[in-house]
Write a protein that binds this ligand. Structure first.
Ligand SMILES: Cc1cc2nc3c(=O)[nH]c(=O)nc-3n(C[C@H](O)[C@H](O)[C@H](O)COP(=O)(O)OP(=O)(O)OC[C@H]3O[C@@H](n4cnc5c(N)ncnc54)[C@H](O)[C@@H]3O)c2cc1C
Ligand code: FES
Length: 376
């Protein structure tokens, strides 16, 4: 079982009368160490979840079903959470989307599911897809993300999913099914090959049984297409062919950063609304003429480092062997925020400059443009 190092502390929910009585006497780390021998998912205050099922979902992709302990928070369909595990002696945290809906009763009560595609050379996805077994334990952060359902979904909707971007859209689709499909929903789902398509059986059954749900699968690298499959990357012509009139559609898109950017451009000014979440950064590279070394002072650990101003502070610190807290690495989850005491940083996405002292900085999307000092 991969052990977990200590992590984000959450406020412990009000516990039992006995819990409140003994709380002043308990050292959480020591308590966790000893009860962990009885059940690895028991903890005084850490949000942990045990793998209760692991199944192959598609090529290089597994679905993990987790049973959380009582410190794990709730979520809304379409949201994500940071999962942490220890890989080769180092704690690694990445974001994954809930693929199910909150289960409040029945045999699946409280269970959470995640579908993870192995990234070639990727640290956590390889660990989760290849090494993790039933009974192993992961640590969870708090749910985040704004791509959720409105209180009363209605109208004509369009989901655009590429690769593992299907995961939050699957959660939203399941939530709409649970509400008897109150919208006209078309899902266009791109994958490289047929073998990489997830949830295919469920989606096809849904398309067959739900008159208001339409499914189009699009394969970009498959030699032979079967009936009903389409080919090609997202384009205006393809959207016209598969959807027709975009103007009434409320669009949700999810996938790699480049896919989401293209989806945004193609629907801008046409679709009724657009919401998206990118899974990989699409920050443009820094102009080579601007590249230089800068000094980063880490005030808490008393270290001074020389790093390039061309990468995010998170990447730069990790490249020097440090392991600052992080999660989505995209500026969404706020796990990596720390205080910048002095110096100037630039947001690599928006290009906004922050030269003020004592401001919070998301180090995953910020690069230092001068020497900086951080509260790390
Ligand atoms: C909000 C959100 C939700 C997400 N939901 C899901 C989901 O539901 N399912 C899913 O499968 N994924 C999801 N992702 C993606 C996921 O968070 C990870 O990014 C993905 O699993 C890869 O993580 P990793 O640790 O395996 O790869 P990493 O170790 O981070 O590596 C990523 C890539 O960089 C390369 N690389 C790593 N280190 C180096 C280096 N030193 N030099 C050069 N290249 C390097 C690797 O080869 C790999 O190609 C989501 C992402 C976000 C932001
Ligand atoms: S790691 Fe999520 S905001 Fe930086």
């Amino acid at each position: 079982m991969p052990s977990l190092s200590s992590s984000t502390r959450r406020t412990r929910p009000a516990g039992s009368a006995l819990g409140r009585l003994v709380e002043p006497l308990v050292q959480p780390g020591i308590f966790d160490f000893w009860v962990g021998h009885l059940n690895p998912a028991w903890s005084w205050e850490r949000p942990l979840a045990r793998v209760v099922e692991r199944r192959v979902e598609a090529a290089d992709t597994v679905t993990l079903v987790l049973k959380p302990n009582r410190h794990c928070g709730s979520f809304k369909p379409g949201q994500h959470v940071n999962l942490s595990a220890e890989v080769n002696g180092r704690r690694v945290t990445r974001s994954y989307s809930y693929t199910g809906t909150p289960q409040t009763k029945g045999p699946n009560k409280g269970l959470l599911s995640f579908t993870i595609k192995r990234t070639e050379g990727g640290r956590l996805s390889t660990h989760l897809c290849r090494d993790l077994r039933e009974g192993d334990v992961l640590e969870l952060g708090e749910a985040f993300g704004e791509m959720t359902l409105p209180a009363q979904p209605q109208g004509q909707w369009l989901f655009l999913a590429a690769g593992s971007g299907i995961t939050p859209l699957m959660s939203l689709t399941r939530a709409l099914v649970a509400q008897q499909m109150p919208v006209d929903l078309t899902l266009i789902y791109w994958a490289k090959t047929r073998a990489e398509l997830c949830f295919l059986l469920e989606l096809r059954q849904l398309a067959a049984n739900q008159p208001r749900f339409k499914l189009h699968t699009v394969l970009t690298h498959e030699a032979q297409l079967l009936a009903g499959e389409h080919r090609g990357f997202i384009s205006a012509e393809q959207l016209q062919e598969l959807v027709g009139d975009l103007s009434a559609r409320q669009v949700y898109a999810c996938g790699p950063g480049g896919f989401v950017d293209t989806a945004r451009e193609l629907t801008a000014g046409i679709a009724r609304s657009f919401m998206a979440e990118g899974f990989t950064p699409s920050a443009p590279a820094v102009d080579p003429s601007e590249l230089k070394d800068v000094r980063v002072t880490l005030l808490k650990s008393g270290r001074e480092l020389t790093v390039s101003n061309g990468t995010s502070l998170l990447d730069a610190l990790e490249a020097q062997g440090l392991n600052p807290k992080s999660g989505c690495r995209m500026g969404i989850c706020h796990s990596c925020v720390c205080t910048k005491h002095s110096g100037t940083v630039q947001d690599m996405h928006t290009k906004d400059i922050d030269a003020e002292g004592d401001t919070p900085v998301r180090i995953c999307v910020s690069r230092a443009t001068t020497d900086v000092s951080l509260d790390l």
